[in-house]
Write a protein of this length. Structure first.
Length: 217
């Protein structure tokens, strides 16, 4: 399956993507994770992305689209993928449409995670991520690790993302409303959008998402 996951910052895209990608045996491709990996490795790409991310703004399309194309061209994405955080504006959505058209394939669904803004703010404020693997995501109260500050999965150190400050979250939400939400209409016109509530337990949201994806197949 070829799926795009969309939703505001902190909606639980990364958390759900880890389970959905496993259930569907497709790679989870997160542009946010790719940028963060480049930053921690000190690459040129990471240096270009850092200031935009710290400010909560989008990294320029030129850089982002090239990185996403490169990742998707890797063989494990051939039979499907779960895109998390890409596309994030209409320009990127059009670039993805062209990319897929060129390969003679189509998206199967755009899964839209709906969460009220006050919940998103609480989720982001308590989020902790593993230094070894950014798919190991915790929350200080909703999904607390057994030992404070230590990843349950691999024992790595948990940290708070640089862009998870109150001010940056406000900017990220504004960017989401003005630049990312219009892609939902773009995909609605292609009949691809499936909206689900992302409230409730992580497992409940995964079940809801799997059910909705089955119906859209
Ligand atoms: P990115 O990394 O994509 O961040 P985001 O979209 O802001 O999304 P988040 O990672 O904040 O949240 P999430 O929805 O994955 O939630 P999570 O599962 O962690 O992008 C970061 C930056 O990179 C951007 O601002 C931009 O600068 C740049 N960038 C990335 N892609 C780009 C692109 N295409 N173009 C240009 N720039 C780009 O969950 C949040 C918390 O809630 C966790 O603590 C989790 O444990 C908890 N939680 C999850 N589910 C539940 C639940 N059901 N109940 C209770 N708690 C829950
Ligand atoms: Zn870990």
């Amino acid at each position: 399956m070829r799926i795009v996951l969309v939703g505001p910052p902190g909606a639980g895209k990364g958390t759900q993507a880890a389970f959905l990608a496993k259930n569907l045996s497709i790679p989870h491709i997160s542009t946010g994770d790719l940028f963060r990996a480049n930053i921690s490795q000190g690459t040129d790409l990471g240096k270009q992305a850092r200031a935009f991310m710290d400010a909560g703004r989008l990294v320029p399309d030129e850089v982002t689209i090239a990185m996403a194309k490169d990742r998707m061209a890797q063989s494990d994405a051939e039979n499907g993928f779960l895109l998390d955080g890409f596309p994030r504006n209409v320009g990127q959505a059009v670039a993805l449409d062209e990319m897929l058209l060129g390969e003679g394939v189509k998206l199967d669904a755009v899964l839209d995670l709906e969460v009220p803004e006050d919940e998103v703010v609480k989720r982001i404020a308590g989020r902790r991520i593993c230094r070894n693997d950014s798919s190991h995501v915790f929350h200080v109260t909703y999904n607390a690790p057994k030992t404070e500050g230590v990843c349950d999965v691999c024992g790595g150190e948990l940290y708070q993302r640089d862009d998870d400050t109150e001010e940056t979250v406000r900017t990220r939400l504004e960017v989401y409303h003005t630049q990312t939400e219009p892609i939902i209409d773009h995909y609605r016109s292609q009949g691809l959008v499936v909206t689900i509530s992302a409230l409730g337990k992580v497992t409940e949201v995964t079940d809801r998402a799997m059910e909705a994806l089955k119906k859209s197949d």
